[in-house]
Write a protein that binds this ligand. Structure first.
Ligand code: NAD
Length: 342
């Protein structure tokens, strides 16, 4: 589905990476890993730009100092700014982590409205300042709809295939739960995919998943898959908050590293991954909506392009759950329709 624009060549110049929400807890877990080369590989220098809102910029200076104090050999430059013209200039990757957190008593619809304007500003700034080849990963929640808003605000200059939102954390959670239940290693779980929204309606499709080469439903009790596995994945974020008193942070950072590294290096031939991408109408998901799909990244050889995996058989159980999560995405789109003018 993508046109495969080239990624910056390895080793020729530092890859320019923006992380917004740079003083938040996810960024604090993520930034040292980017600096250490875990996202772009051990032979790629990184020019790291931290963006945060003006009240947080003095705190961001402390994060910059810590990154400098790490003496990371691959970190060619690090700075913080509250001005997107500065932070986003010629950026190759923009990781949109910053967003307003959900406050007490705030409904999901309120959160969507509250965050919408931030992502209009982000989309416009990316179109104006970032590299022509920029790739964007939206993490700040509600990430699918924030991605939709930013993509519209950016206009035609930053095409659909540059935009992704993060469902890799849900993907990792689901693989890990399946491996634990089957008593095997995570690497034995393949072709698991998250469909739809990064929310409590997401559908982790186990009907096509394989564990050690067997269908998951042959390896694991299907009643457990239908009644316990799905809600466990859907509610995992809430379970972490309940136990830890704070939302997922280093597991989110791991998922962001996996997401970007997967795009750069490509998906193994015998597997697929989960990316929330702008729908091209595949599987009846309305075109333009940002939905998670089973995807395959083509890696450097494919210019960093990715494609939605085609030809997957979905049974009535899977179809009903995908329809429910897509219906939620359509409702979210309607809540922000005034912001989708671009
Ligand atoms: P946090 O509250 O610790 O940090 C939020 C950051 O956003 C801070 O740096 C803050 O200054 C910044 N921010 C606040 N208002 C802003 C604005 N108006 N414009 C730009 N930035 C602003 O939150 P966190 O735990 O680091 O999580 C960050 C976001 O990532 C949250 O929206 C969270 O829900 C989301 N998240 C998504 C996933 C996923 O799987 N998609 C996983 C984990 C976290």
């Amino acid at each position: 589905m993508t046109d495969g624009r080239a990624l910056p060549d390895r080793g020729t110049r530092p890859v320019r990476v923006v992380v917004t929400g740079a003083t938040g807890q996810v960024a604090y877990a993520l930034l040292p890993r980017i600096a250490a080369g875990e996202m772009f590989g051990g032979d790629t220098q990184v020019d790291l730009r931290l963006f945060d809102i003006p009240p947080m910029i003095s705190k961001a200076a402390g994060v910059v100092m810590e990154l400098q104090d790490g003496a990371y050999p691959l970190l060619s430059q690090v700075r913080a700014s509250a001005d997107r013209a500065e932070s986003h200039a010629s950026a190759d990757w923009v990781l949109l982590v910053g967003s307003v957190p959900r406050g007490p008593g705030m409904e999901r619809g309120d959160l969507i409205r509250k965050n919408g304007p931030i992502f209009v500003e982000e989309g416009q700034a990316i179109a104006r300042h970032a590299s022509k080849e920029v790739r964007v990963v939206v993490v700040g929640n509600p990430c699918n709809t924030n991605c939709l808003i930013a993509r519209h605000a950016a206009g035609a200059g930053v095409p659909d295939d540059r935009w992704t939102a993060l469902t890799r954390l849900d993907h990792n959670r689901a693989r890990s739960l399946l491996a634990e239940k089957a008593g095997t290693r995570v690497r034995e779980v393949k072709k698991l995919a998250i469909w739809g929204n990064h929310s409590a309606t997401l559908y982790p499709d186990f009907t096509n998943a394989e564990i050690s080469g067997r269908k998951a439903a042959d390896a694991i009790d299907s009643a457990w898959l239908e009644t316990e596995f799905i809600p466990a994945v859907q509610q995992r974020g809430a379970a972490v908050i309940a136990a830890r008193g704070a939302s997922s942070a280093f597991s989110a950072a791991q998922a962001i590293v996996d997401h970007v590294r997967g795009l750069v290096e490509g998906t193994p031939r015998d597997d697929w991954t989960s990316l929330a991408v702008v729908s091209d109408g595949s599987y009846g998901v309305p075109a333009g909506i940002v939905s998670s799909f089973p995807c395959r990244a083509l890696g450097r050889a494919g210019g960093g392009a990715f494609e939605i995996v085609q030809g997957i058989t979905l049974n009535a159980f899977a179809e009903a759950r995908i329809a429910a999560t897509i219906a939620e995405l359509e409702r979210e789109r309607d809540i922000v329709k005034d912001l989708l003018a671009g």
